[in-house]
Design a protein around this ligand. Structure first.
Ligand code: PLP
Length: 619
């Protein structure tokens, strides 16, 4: 467990049982605990193949409860005289069952939704209970604004966040036609820059939000229209996955000043929305790392509540309702990708027995491979071997060496490299630093990076990757994980191991006839809709479960992954038409004697089955 950082990134939701399997845990009374291997077995009995995206509803509920507990504790601690309310930013996970569960579990807290596009507003409007909190971000055209005005009329507490000057005129025009006084929010550009992977969301050059002078223009326009009373919210978003608390504190201080300034201008305000940014500890505690954070949830809540109070109370300004749009921190824990390993390629070859070789470079490689090596000369030996191997490859290209000779050379080189890697006391620096990864095993996993973990490829995001079982055995292999796509980017080759970033992951050797299951965790945020159809691997099956008090789990929803026919239709093929083409081709094959009629039937059944079948590997 320590190797894979389960205790750290798992936040108490994941642990091990005595059989060495990963268990899901819920700190309820009584505490609930179910093995992921048991869940997998139950789902396979119900006909679900791997890969599979597992959602655990209780984890969503628990994360929402943590968020409100944290803020309520801060409110109590600081004696803050207003409340906290969150909205879930729909873009972080738009899946119907996720939104429905957030709305259901969030209802007691008055948790709302944030929409950044017309499509998101449509689903938010249809999902929210009467009077629900709705924050509208993003660039809004007339259709977007009109739907928001209908939401207002329906009785929702709907804030139109003005992101750019042009939006305001349109909003005022449409609101007049609707005969409404809309609730308006102003999104400001916070100049305090934050660290991490999403630094561009903050600072003067961020694409969203109003500059100081644009904010003043907004105030003036509202005053001219006698609508300043509509300005009720200040919005800022510093970025996602903010690693440092000091950056959050700086942003809170600056936003609070803006808030005070708008109150001084005569706006009623009342709400301060800090957007997203609450980070998830993907790396298991490397403080301040971009995949981690140097604060806990409670520190974040204290920084917001305490920071606003510290700025506004001395100025005698009534404290606003605090809103956040935490997406990642709400949904990341609840989803995990489960897949099996199909095969392994190993690179640990023994030195082949010495042969009579005529070629000088092969002879050199053979000599290097068989001679004793001490750590101080390891790097020199390795460089010599690399040079000889490269010449052997050139000679093969020029036709001077045959396939068997080249193969002998490659084997000698790999065997020598393995010997160096295993040398006690060798320092793996400079040329030798590449050895652990270049000699690691390649584990072929039944999934697509591009479909299920797009952020690992697009922005180098790290997610915890852990075997689901065999934790009672010491993992004795070092591996990278390749997916099913024939793309060199379709791999996972950066991991957090024992709290440190590493290019290989310790895994267990495969046993014949026994499956080996891996899980990628904390992937409930952003991954599902960002995924694409590279190599036409479609959506995986999705199963939603809820741990029950009997120590088991209930299967709530089962959504079949894309069939091959479905993914083909996404790229404008018509499965029915494809079948018809094949039927004609098969009939032609019968006529020309290449197919018997029985073979025609067999082929057409196979083709129809494939169209209806799963896009992933079937064991
Ligand atoms: N609100 C806005 C305006 C955003 O742009 C984002 C994402 O970048 C979020 C909220 C969600 O942020 P996070 O997932 O870090 O909570």
């Amino acid at each position: 467990a320590a190797l894979y950082g389960l205790e750290q990134w798992g936040r108490g939701f994941f642990g091990l049982n005595s059989a060495g399997e990963i268990v899901l845990k819920l700190p309820t009374a009584p505490a609930l605990e179910v093995s992921l291997v048991d869940i997998l077995a139950g789902l396979r009995q119900r006909g679900h193949d791997l890969p599979l995206l597992l959602r655990v509803e209780n984890l969503l509920d628990a994360r929402l409860a943590f968020l409100y507990d944290g803020f309520n504790r801060a409110i109590e601690r600081f004696g803050y005289s207003n409340r906290y309310r969150g909205v879930f930013p729909v873009k972080v996970n738009q899946q119907c069952q996720v939104i429905e569960e957030i709305v259901r579990a969030g209802a007691p807290y008055g948790h709302g939704l944030e929409a950044g596009s017309k499509a998101e507003l449509v689903l938010a409007l249809a999902s929210l209970p009467p009077g629900g909190l709705l924050v509208l971000n993003g660039y809004k055209d007339q259709e977007f604004i009109d739907l928001g005005l209908w939401a207002h009329k329906l009785g929702h507490c709907c804030f139109f966040v003005i992101e750019s000057p042009a939006e305001l005129d349109l909003l005022l025009l449409r609101a007049k036609l609707f005969n409404l006084r809309p609730r308006i929010g102003a999104r400001v550009k916070i100049s305090a820059k934050v660290g991490g992977l999403w630094t561009e969301t903050s600072g003067d050059r961020s694409s969203f939000g109003l500059s100081c002078s644009q904010l003043l223009d907004l105030v003036e326009t509202l005053k001219q229209h006698d609508l300043l009373d509509c300005l009720q919210l200040l919005h800022c978003h510093l970025g996602s996955q903010i690693p440092h608390l000091q950056d959050i504190r700086a942003g809170v201080a600056e936003a609070s000043r803006y808030y005070a300034a708008l109150v001084a201008e005569g706006a009623p305000m009342g709400h301060l929305d800090f957007g997203g940014g609450l980070a998830v500890d993907y790396s298991g505690g490397r403080s301040g790392h971009v995949y981690s954070r140097d604060y806990q949830l409670q520190d974040y809540c204290d920084a917001l509540i305490g920071g606003v109070q510290q700025c506004l109370t001395p100025q005698g300004i009534a404290l606003p309702q605090i809103i956040t749009e935490s997406g990642r921190a709400t949904v990341a824990y609840a989803s995990m990708l489960l897949f099996d390993i199909l095969d392994v390629q190993r690179f640990d070859l023994d030195c082949p027995a010495a042969q009579n070789v005529a070629d000088a470079d092969l002879a050199l490689l053979q000599q290097l491979c068989h001679q004793p090596i001490s750590p101080p000369v390891a790097a020199v030996c390795y460089r010599q071997a690399q040079a000889a191997r490269d010449v052997i490859r050139q000679k093969f290209q020029l036709g001077q060496l045959d396939l068997r000779q080249r193969s002998h050379g490659e084997t000698l080189f790999l065997a020598l490299a393995r010997r160096i890697l295993n040398l006690p006391g060798v320092t793996l620096q400079e040329d030798l630093a590449e050895l652990p990864q270049s000699l690691s095993d390649i584990y072929y996993g039944n999934f697509s990076v591009f479909q299920s973990l797009p952020d690992t490829w697009a922005i180098g995001q790290l997610f915890p990757v852990v075997p689901l079982h065999r934790h009672n055995e010491q993992p004795d292999r070092q591996a990278i994980i390749s997916d099913l796509t024939c793309d060199c980017d379709g791999k996972l080759d950066r991991f957090i191991v024992a709290g440190r970033q590493q290019t290989t992951l310790p895994l267990h050797g495969l046993r014949t006839g026994e499956p080996y299951y891996l899980g990628v965790f904390l992937m409930g945020a952003y991954q599902e809709t960002l995924g694409d159809l590279h190599n036409l691997f479609g959506d995986t099956h999705v199963v939603s479960v809820r741990l029950n008090a009997e120590g088991g789990f209930d299967v709530l929803r089962e959504i079949s992954g894309d069939s091959i026919g479905e993914v083909l239709s996404y790229v404008e093929y018509q499965p029915q038409q494809l079948f018809e083409q094949m039927r004609r081709a098969a009939e032609q094959a019968v006529r020309s004697g290449r197919f018997s009629i029985a073979e025609r039937q067999q082929f057409l059944t196979t083709f129809a089955d494939r169209l209806a079948g799963y896009t992933y590997y079937r064991s």
